[in-house]
Design a protein around this ligand. Structure first.
Ligand SMILES: NC(=O)c1ccc[n+]([C@@H]2O[C@H](COP(=O)([O-])OP(=O)(O)OC[C@H]3O[C@@H](n4cnc5c(N)ncnc54)[C@H](O)[C@@H]3O)[C@@H](O)[C@H]2O)c1
Length: 456
């Protein structure tokens, strides 16, 4: 039987400790058989909701991982006032130099470089002139880097998914609570213009009472996955070993915000099912007969479908495929008692409307458009990053730190949204059995208002 024990450790070999030892249990309502393992520490989680720190005049940043994503984030950060890039780290020295040159070209002082070995990030985290550490490395490095940053008194901003095992999810929560640092996942799709529009519409009751959402990451990437060796191409390393939803948060994050997950509701349990695998092997079989990649096998099915049930009885479907021949989509659907918004293409159905779908959404942008996009759209489109959403996310993070405000996304969001990775793997390995989602807030979700992004 395949199981979550196949998850990679960050040293590149297989371990059971990350998932099974972290207490994956069946949902109570589905005949629970295993109680979640108690987390290492039990501090009062209320303390991290609304966490504030004294305002920072300038936000001083250290960045780890200067590959494709790190460089793109750096570009946005260099377009934001009151940001100083103090240090950059990557195990490939050329990438450190490239990042330093980008910073110099923007007129900032040369940032310190940390070109490896692979634990060199600890030296960056030890600096006394850094407030916030950005982490854009392969998935299995996120948590040790974020934990190191927080233990050194820095806030941690982690790329997606923040964690790959339940043990890692709890480690983020426990470390953030113990150190009282901000720890957020850089889920840029929560800051898309449409996602923020829908967030405001849902919170102003336009769709009625919400009962169902659909989310996904459907991004055909077969040639990309097959590039290079397994060592060079870290994504293929995961795809070849794990069967579940390995990249849930781009679609799920915005839907979780529509439904106030961790702010009045929470994920309770899930079931997950994967199709068989064919699409990547078929593409691999087109490689020359003597290519070593012809011997590789891929564990992940062509399509994973996960169904989540919330504590309040709502449902969310989350799909994931990097290999199906189909157009890009994050699905982004939310259905209520009086209407439904569906994306790709964006459209709205409301009770009493003459047309099945309203596709002219400008009046809704005018009425419900999010103030962040109204304020930032020109800068966002100029700086770029997925149509500007990356700029808006980065600007907002810096703005909140400069004003000493609570952040939009908490460590509980990072843990709950990322936990779909190990939990879907676990359910798939058990013929789609129901699996409980841990309550990373330890009960505090009940008394939380919707997050600041919904009410901004
Ligand atoms: N939010 C988004 O839209 C988005 C888009 C792309 C990637 N990502 C995420 O960003 C992260 C990075 O993805 P990428 O596409 O940039 O990958 P990448 O391979 O281009 O970059 C990763 C970088 O991390 C470096 N690295 C690896 N181990 C390291 C270590 N121990 N110390 C320092 N540096 C190390 C690598 O040398 C590489 O330069 C992933 O988590 C991915 O899921 C997010």
């Amino acid at each position: 039987m395949k199981s979550a024990s196949l998850l990679f450790s960050r040293r590149g070999f297989l371990t059971a400790a990350g998932a099974v030892g972290a207490g994956i249990g069946l949902a109570d309502g589905a005949g629970a058989v295993a109680a979640p393992t108690p987390p290492a520490a039990m501090p009062d989680p209320q303390r991290l909701f609304g966490l504030k720190h004294p305002p920072l005049d300038t936000v001083r940043i250290g960045m780890i991982g200067m590959g494709g994503r790190g460089l793109s984030l750096l570009g946005n950060l260099l377009d934001i006032d009151h940001v100083e890039i103090k240090a950059v780290c990557d195990v490939v020295p050329d990438r450190v130099r490239r990042a330093q040159e980008r910073v110099l070209a923007k007129g900032q002082p040369d940032p310190a470089g940390y070109p490896g070995p692979e634990t060199d990030f600890e030296n960056l985290c030890r600096r006394d002139d850094v407030d916030l550490v950005y982490i854009a490395t392969p998935w299995d490095w996120h948590v040790p880097m974020a934990v190191s940053a927080m233990k050194q008194g820095k806030h941690a901003a982690i790329e997606v998914p923040a964690a790959m095992t339940l043990a890692e999810c709890w480690e983020l929560v426990n470390t953030a609570e113990q150190t009282r640092r901000h720890c957020l996942m850089l889920e840029n799709c929560c800051y898309g213009e449409l996602e923020l529009l829908v967030l405001r519409m849902t919170h102003q009751g336009v769709l009625g009472e919400l009962n169902h959402g659909e989310a996904g990451y459907l991004h055909e990437a077969r040639d990309y996955l097959l590039q290079g060796s397994m060592t060079d191409n870290w994504r293929r390393r995961f795809v070849s070993k794990l069967d579940g939803n390995l990249y849930p948060t781009h679609g799920l994050g915005p839907v979780a915000l529509y439904l106030d997950i961790n702010g009045g509701d929470r994920f309770d349990h899930l079931v997950s099912m994967s199709s068989r695998e064919s699409a990547l092997s078929e593409r691999r079989n087109a490689l020359p007969a003597d290519d070593p990649r012809r011997r590789e096998r891929f564990a992940g099915g062509d399509m994973n479908t996960t169904l989540l049930k919330t504590a309040l009885g709502r449902t969310i479907m989350v799909q994931y495929s990097l290999v199906q021949s189909r157009p890009y989509s994050r699905i982004n659907l939310i259905a209520g008692t009086r209407g439904t918004f569906a994306d790709y293409p964006p459209r709205l159905h409301l009770d009493g409307q003459p047309d099945e779908w309203i596709t002219h959404l400008q009046p809704y942008h005018d009425q419900y458009g999010h103030p962040l996009w109204k304020q930032l759209q020109d800068l966002a489109r100029k700086s770029g990053g997925h149509g500007g959403m990356d700029y808006v996310m980065n600007w907002r993070l810096i703005h909140c730190l400069r004003e000493g405000r609570p952040l939009d996304l908490t460590v509980y969001d990072a843990a709950a949204w990322s936990s779909i990775v190990p939990l879907s793997i676990e359910s798939v390995s058990q013929k789609s059995a129901p699996v409980a989602v841990p309550d990373f807030t330890r009960g505090a979700w009940r008394n939380q208002p919707p997050g600041p992004l919904a009410t901004a």
